[in-house]
Design a protein around this ligand. Structure first.
Ligand SMILES: [Fe+2]
Length: 157
């Protein structure tokens, strides 16, 4: 029996979703690396709080990277798995040499802004193509990240 027949998904729909999920996967790798850079390079009076917070965020990004890749496999497609492809595909910009709290938080907020927009595109596409699991995943990511945006944005007031 054909794999996609078992899960009740159409090949062309699975391919459309996987294309977008692979873009998101690439962006998450950039976000992950940006967060590691912030964790390492942050300086100043908020060092311990931010150093730890950035670690929590990159651990979470690493989990999402695995979930996104495994979602792609679950719809019978192949996750991109090379750094050179990620840098080609990603739209999110690399953040280098950021060591002060304010610009570091800006990197986090602009990263979330970018990822949230991509996740909303996937939310709409997965709804249109009846991919409930991708839809639920995006919905979870969006609600988690909107809460984090609120918290990080509050530190800048
Ligand atoms: Fe560390």
């Amino acid at each position: 029996m054909n794999y996609l027949e078992i899960i009740g998904q159409k090949e062309e729909n699975a391919k459309k979703i996987a294309l977008k999920l692979n873009d998101l996967l690439a962006d998450y790798h950039i976000f992950y690396m940006n967060l590691r850079g912030l964790h390492w390079n942050i300086k100043g009076p908020q060092f311990f709080a931010l150093h730890n917070k950035f670690e929590e965020l990159y651990d979470d990004a690493a989990e999402k990277i695995d979930e996104i890749a495994e979602r792609i496999l679950s719809i019978g497609q192949t996750p991109v798995h090379s750094l050179s492809e990620y840098t080609k595909k990603a739209g999110l910009k690399e953040a280098l040499n950021v060591s002060e709290a304010k610009p570091a938080i800006e990197v986090v907020l602009s990263g979330f802004k970018y990822l949230l927009a991509k996740e909303r595109e996937l939310l709409a596409l997965s709804d249109e193509l009846n991919d409930e699991a991708t839809n639920a995943m995006m919905s979870d990511y969006i609600s988690e990240q909107e809460k984090l945006v609120w918290m990080f944005h509050s530190t800048t007031r």
